[in-house]
Design a protein around this ligand. Structure first.
Ligand SMILES: [Zn+2]
Length: 122
């Protein structure tokens, strides 16, 4: 986190609250992988924390975690969750593992994500 000063972190904390602290912990503990197609038309960010896996879409404030459902969508007491914030911090600091995927493989990855949402009625 060398590229973000403590003043900047404090300012961010006043805005995002506790999820910001948790996001910095994610950055310390695990790697965030940025999957892109070769032409960079499609990008997705993958966070794997032990058994849990979260896919964060480029420039979309959404996560399928419980916190996001309860605090962001439900109570509306937070702007976003630690996973989305961790991706933004990783992008800002360059602490991302970058992988390029073929369109076919990228599509398979997206389909696998849809499987995770299949219990949500849309
Ligand atoms: Zn989340």
């Amino acid at each position: 986190m060398a590229k973000i000063s403590s003043e900047e972190l404090l300012a961010l904390y006043s805005y995002f609250g506790e999820p910001l602290n948790e996001a910095t912990e994610i950055l310390e503990k695990c790697k965030i992988t940025q999957y892109s197609t070769g032409d960079f038309c499609r990008q997705i960010f993958d966070i794997s924390i032990s058994e849990e896996q979260y896919a964060i879409f480029e420039n979309i404030n959404f996560c399928h975690c419980k916190f996001f459902e309860d605090k962001v969508l439900g109570e509306k007491t937070c702007i976003t969750c630690k996973h989305v914030l961790a991706v933004y911090l990783a992008k800002a600091t360059g602490e991302l593992k970058k992988e390029t995927l073929d369109h076919d493989v990228f599509q398979q990855y997206l389909n696998a994500q849809l499987g995770a949402y299949s219990n949500i009625n849309m």
